[in-house]
Design a binder for this molecule. Structure first.
Ligand SMILES: [Cu+2]
Length: 666
């Protein structure tokens, strides 16, 4: 977003810098030096281990999707409801609730005598319920804590009509909002949930456009942003530090070298915790691996082809962590804008800048080099990448020219800094050979422009929830890209297939420990025992969506073997979460059992202890060997699907590394 003017002086962070810990001197990131590979192979047992036959009480059996659609909607979008407040930020909180957060503006939905800027959207009734939030959530960040609470951090000063800064910063103003820059708002999703905003747990510094990443203890790493907004950042306004929430005794913000070197396009830095327990940062044209435990940044080579951070706003995603790739993280960035740092505020007509069609990736555990991925068929800014349970990545939203943001420059299109919305989604399949990974076979276009301040999330039934678009300082219904409330769902190819209904899914999982059994019927295997060779058990964290980023989104597979039954069904023996909370962090995730590409309805499971702090790591119990099944899986004619049978022993991890992976930070 673009700033409202502020009459307040900008206190310099330099004066505070003596308090900050200084980062250690950096050397280039080198995986051979800095990564301890976890490549211990634990052989599988060859004998069946006696297990309790009775399903445990705390297990769930998913059913079929409750939202039914006609087959002609498959591979397309359906408008299902109205979000009440415009979906600048959102997340999936429970089986049936999506929480939507807007900035303070004159939304027609009201609460307690003022416009609402948050709502709870019910997926079964498609109704939005206004929620009270005290502070201005404008361009805040978000994430989920290890105890299952969701956190919304930072924001703007209190504003009135047209986003103008209010004289009262403590609620005595037209929209009844308070300064949000220090705010840490939490909610425990569920029926009747409300936001909780306790000044005692505020941030220690002002943050507008911060990024959040859940760490191994279930606390949240909070990085960057600025103090008083603006289209891009500048040195006086910047907050080039990181801190943790909740704050531990004695913690102070820590300076980030890369944030100081990446002005002005360093707002909403793109962060991904990698399985080494370090954080991959992609900011403006620089990148680094940050070891937050030692405050050391290891630079990576310059980001090629385009800027990926806001306002260039590329789609970014960590590709699925699988058994086959030994849970090794590859992060991909697609689209953005090829602009140099001095061009953002040079007076260029940014709305005419063509979006980049380039895609790049990096696998920091094995290489410090960028890899050119297949290009997009057209340039895209503000694309939103969503991990689907079949292992593919769905990308929607955004525009072909211009950048994120809005303002009153002479060249804007009714406030918007972007034009030429892209209505067609596209899907990336990492299992396909290079050159064939993007496809839009059969995909239908949306009818709604999803411009700046659009959002998306995966839902438990495997469809995608999309809403938002509001490139304006205040509610603007009668514009070319209006303040948008319509909620759409996109239905992937598998949506109307009969879904597997595995029984025995536990509602909580540990890091390492004893495996558990799931039961599949012949129907769950589509009547072909050969499909038992094409099963994946996938955990997905759907993330907190805002500004073309889903903070914390990731997919991690659980290892498994199987025993076939004479009735055509099978028992799956499923390992707990890999014994390293940097692979997938503690807190809630959705478990999908995917048969030949068709996912079950996702079951919400709690990973780890359900509390903040070092997670207990258990020894991994070896899985029994799989039955030998010579029949092959059904040929799936859908181009989006991939799967492979696997008979090799799984790779699991050394306990010595596990100890290193869990740092007692709390
Ligand atoms: Cu914004």
């Amino acid at each position: 977003m673009v700033s409202s003017s502020s009459s307040r002086p900008l206190p310099s962070l330099v004066a505070l810098s003596a308090l900050f810990l200084q980062p250690a001197l950096a050397e280039l990131w080198n995986p051979r030096v800095h990564v301890q590979r976890r490549d211990y192979v634990v052989p599988r047992t060859t004998e069946r281990i006696p297990r309790p036959l009775k399903a445990r009480a705390d297990t769930v059996k998913p059913g079929q999707p409750t939202h039914t659609v006609s087959d002609d909607l498959i591979l397309g979008f359906e408008i299902v409801g109205n979000s009440g407040v415009s979906g600048q930020q959102l997340f999936l909180g429970s089986d049936t609730k999506v929480y939507v957060i807007d900035k303070v503006e004159n939304n027609p939905l009201t609460i307690n005598g003022h416009p609402a800027w948050a709502s709870e959207y019910d997926l079964t009734t498609n109704q939005a319920r206004a929620q009270e939030v005290v502070t201005n959530t404008f361009c805040a960040g978000g994430g989920v804590l290890g105890n299952g609470d969701w956190l919304n951090i930072g924001g703007n000063q209190a504003v009135g009509p047209n986003g103008v800064t209010s004289s009262s910063q403590t609620g005595s103003n037209e929209y009844q909002n308070s300064d949000g820059a220090f705010a840490a708002r939490t909610i425990t999703p569920g029926e009747g949930a409300e936001w909780y905003d306790d000044p005692q747990t505020d941030l220690t510094t002002r943050r507008w456009y911060p990024s959040l990443e859940t760490i191994e203890t279930g606390r949240i790493f909070v990085l960057g942003g600025n103090q008083y907004g603006g289209f891009v950042n500048d040195a006086a306004n910047s907050n080039p530090t990181y801190e943790f929430w909740p704050k531990a005794d004695g913690e102070v913000p820590i300076e980030s070298t890369i944030l100081k070197n990446t002005l002005p396009a360093n707002l909403y830095p793109i962060t991904h915790l990698i399985p080494t327990g370090q954080i991959l940062l992609n900011i403006n044209l620089n990148a680094a691996v940050l070891d937050y435990k030692t405050n050391t940044e290891y630079p990576l080579p310059a980001v090629p082809h385009a800027v990926r951070t806001y306002p260039a706003s590329a789609a970014s995603v960590m590709l699925p962590l699988t058994v086959a790739n030994n849970w090794t993280a590859t992060v991909m960035y697609c689209g953005g804008s090829d602009l140099q740092s001095n061009q953002w505020t040079s007076g260029m007509v940014l709305i005419n800048v063509p979006a980049s069609d380039s895609c790049i990736s990096i696998t920091p555990e094995t290489s410090n080099q960028w890899v050119d991925e297949d290009s997009l068929p057209e340039g895209r800014v503000m694309g939103n990448a969503i991990l689907l349970p079949d292992g593919t990545v769905f990308v929607a939203n955004g525009a072909n020219t211009g950048v994120a943001g809005y303002g009153n420059d002479t060249w804007v299109l009714q406030d918007s800094y972007a034009n030429n919305p892209i209505y067609e989604p596209i899907i990336y399949d990492p299992s396909k050979p290079s050159g064939k990974r993007w496809n839009r076979d059969g995909l239908k276009a949306s009818t709604i422009a999803r411009m700046y301040h659009s959002t998306a999330t995966l839902l438990p039934d495997g469809s995608v929830f999309i809403t938002g678009s509001n490139p304006h300082p205040d509610y603007s219904p009668n514009t070319i890209f209006p303040t948008e409330y319509r909620v759409e769902r996109f239905y992937p190819w598998y949506y109307n297939k009969r879904r597997p209904e595995p029984s025995g899914i536990p509602t909580s999982l540990t890091y390492g420990g004893k495996y558990f059994d799931l039961e599949l019927t012949s129907d769950d295997l589509f009547g072909n025992i050969g499909n038992v060779n094409a099963i994946k058990i996938v955990l997905i964290k759907t993330g907190f969506s805002t500004h073309a980023i889903n903070f914390g989104q990731r997919s991690a597979e659980l290892d498994h073997t199987f025993t076939t039954k004479t009735d055509g069904g099978a028992t799956l023996h499923v390992s707990q979460v890999p014994p390293n909370p940097a692979i997938i962090q503690p807190g809630p995730a959705w478990l999908f059992v995917v048969v030949n590409g068709v996912p079950s309805v996702g079951v919400r499971v709690m990973l780890g202890s359900g509390t903040l702090g070092a997670q207990e790591i258990h020894e991994v119990e070896a899985l029994p060997a799989s039955s030998v099944v010579t029949a092959s899986a059904d040929t799936n004619t859908n181009a989006h699907h991939s799967s492979a049978g696997r008979t090799t022993p799984a790779l699991v991890f050394a306990l010595s590394l596990l100890m290193a992976a869990v740092t007692p930070l709390l």
